[in-house]
Ligand binder design. Structure first.
Ligand SMILES: O=C(O)[C@@H](CO)OP(=O)(O)O
Ligand SMILES: [Mn+2]
Ligand SMILES: [Mn+2]
Length: 559
């Protein structure tokens, strides 16, 4: 860009002043839905969020947070944190991993790229291992993409394939793992009929095996390593359908938390440990929960746990998961090139930024916000604070999580006047919503609302501005519904609890004593989505957004 006259300098906004402290609050998993008893946000006492909605109608609105508005393939794709925070931070809509992988598979280009050529070098003498989330959730991976990759890899010469599956129950209904394993077993048996030695080698639940994030708990990744690489796990089965069914009964776990297991042959030997000369692909397109396992597979120097045996493999990610670390170095599909994010612009224009969340969402307001890039743009202008999350628990046990601590850090940052933008993610609605525990989710929503109040009070004290929004829905609907919106029951007559995100829009409220009197929402962006927020925030900092950003949501009228 340098040679084409590109400049980081943003133009001054013609009407809005600079120098106001802005609190930017993202309520994770906080959508807008009809009020009923499965809407935990409605059931919970949320006086602060309620007052934002009812107090200033021209400063509260809904924005789209799912499907095409955040770069996902279809309008049936629920929103998620990666695409949501990418859109919020980057101000533009990028075709996201899910869509890029779809295209690469459909055109066959995936098999012509460097990444595939690299793993293909192992096909003659080694095994191809595929590690990843087995569901059609579309947040981290998709079953149909795995099916196409299996077919394509075998057509391109893979003779021996081992799958290391992670069961879901978080982006899809709990219990659906059995059906997904049956489906993929059927595909593998078809491959075997064609002479490919293909089978499932290991498995485990996504929250307990492999898919930790932001270094919250390395033991999760270690459990996966032991099963996938070393072929060791506390549970051994002859086939994966039996494994999943049995482990759901005893030790009575959910799909998300299934313990690790390996598949063994008639002599009791693991059928697919990863050994020298093998190829490995992590099939998830989404970054956060693949970064840790990618480090374990790729880094020579690694001290997070004892890997015991480090096989010499050719490893590729479905995507490159971290653009700054270039991790992994080999990948099958190029990630979206998210550049010139609002964070980078604002730092270049003198906006001092503070960002904070607890571990499980820390990377959301930093890494995702900055276009899947780790680290600071300019350490002298930014401070990112991570509050350690509880680990080893499901969050319905501690539904308040660290909301209070996050709010207090934000309050202190605001009152210090050392920052122009104080950005937080409050995880409660989402993390507790994913447990499917409705009562706990109500407590979670109340805690998030209280945290918002603390931050808004601090903004009041410094004469600042607040922007309160969310990244996608979750807690506002906790039941699976029929097309007509009725709660659906299972065979026993119990409601089918929805642990996943939703397709709902999310609120965005602006206000505070520092907001110029004539600011209100425009009426001409009715379809506005999360990507419109970046330009809005740049305006509130006193700048005009770059011309290729999605339009601002606000206008300034003369009073
Ligand atoms: O926990 C996660 O990985 C996803 C759901 O799969 O949630 P979020 O997008 O809110 O991080
Ligand atoms: Mn989220
Ligand atoms: Mn979530």
């Amino acid at each position: 860009m340098g040679t084409s006259g590109f400049s980081w300098k943003l133009e001054d906004h013609p009407k809005l002043p600079k120098g106001k402290t802005i609190a930017l609050v993202v309520l994770d998993g906080w959508g807008e839905a009809n009020p009923d008893k499965y809407n935990c946000i409605h059931v919970a006492e949320t006086p602060t969020m309620d007052s934002l909605k009812t107090g200033a109608p021209d400063k509260w609105r809904l924005v789209r947070a799912h499907g095409k508005a955040v770069g996902l393939p279809t309008e049936d794709d629920m929103g998620n944190s990666e695409v949501g925070h990418n859109a919020l931070g980057a101000g533009r809509i990028y075709a996201q991993g899910a869509k890029l992988v779809d295209s690469a598979l459909a055109s066959g280009k995936i098999y012509e790229g460097e990444g595939f050529k690299y793993i293909k070098e192992c096909f003659d003498n080694g095994t191809l291992h595929l590690i990843g989330l087995l569901s059609d959730g579309g947040v981290h991976s998709r079953l149909d993409q795995l099916q196409l990759l299996l077919k394509g890899a075998s057509e391109n010469g893979a003779k021996r394939i081992r799958l290391h599956i992670l069961t879901d129950g978080r982006d899809v209904l709990d219990g659906s793992s059995v059906g997904f394993v049956e489906t993929i077993e059927n595909d593998l048996s078809n491959l075997r009929a064609k002479g490919v030695d293909a089978q499932i080698a290991s498995g485990g639940g996504r929250m307990y095996v492999t898919m930790d994030r932001y270094e919250n708990d390395w033991s999760v990744v270690k459990r996966g390593w032991d099963a996938q690489v070393l072929g060791e796990a506390p549970y051994k089965f002859r086939n994966a359908v039996e494994a999943v069914k049995k482990l759901r009964e005893d030790p009575k776990t959910s799909d998300q938390y299934l313990p690790p297991f390996v598949i063994v042959d008639e002599s009791g030997n693991a059928v697919g440990p990863i050994v020298d000369g093998d190829a490995v692909v992590t099939i998830n397109f989404r970054a956060d929960r693949m970064v840790m396992v990618a480090k374990a597979l790729e880094y020579e120097d690694f001290d997070k746990f004892d890997r015991v045996r480090v096989p010499k493999i050719h490893y590729a990610g479905m995507l490159q998961y971290d653009g700054e670390l270039k991790l992994p170095s080999k990948y099958l599909v190029s990630p979206p090139e998210i550049d010139r994010t609002s964070g980078e612009y604002l730092v270049h224009n003198g906006v001092r930024t503070f960002a904070c969340s607890e571990t499980v969402k820390f990377g959301h307001v930093t890494f995702f916000w900055n276009g899947n890039r780790s680290g600071y743009f300019d350490a002298s202008m930014e401070e990112y604070v991570e509050i350690p999350s509880d680990s080893g628990i499901t969050f319905n046990v501690q539904p308040k999580m660290k909301a209070l601590e996050i709010a207090e850090k934000a309050r202190d940052a605001i009152l210090s006047r050392k920052f122009d933008q104080v950005r937080v993610n409050l995880p409660n609605g989402d993390m507790v919503g994913h447990t499917g525990d409705i009562d706990a989710t109500v407590v979670a929503c109340k805690a998030a609302d209280e945290a918002v109040k603390i931050i808004l009070d601090a903004i009041e004290q410094v004469g600042g501005i607040y922007v309160v929004t969310a990244d996608h829905g979750n807690a506002e609907d906790m039941v699976k519904r029929s097309k007509s919106g009725q709660p659906m029951l299972d065979k026993k007559g119990n409601i089918q609890v929805l642990t996943s995100h939703t397709l709902q829009p999310v609120p965005i409220a602006i206000g505070g004593p520092g907001l110029a009197p004539g600011v209100r929402y425009r009426k001409d962006v009715p379809d506005g989505g999360l990507a419109n927020v970046a330009a809005t925030v740049m305006n509130l900092h006193g700048f005009v957004a770059p011309s290729d950003y999605e339009p601002t949501l606000i206008e300034v009228v003369d009073n």
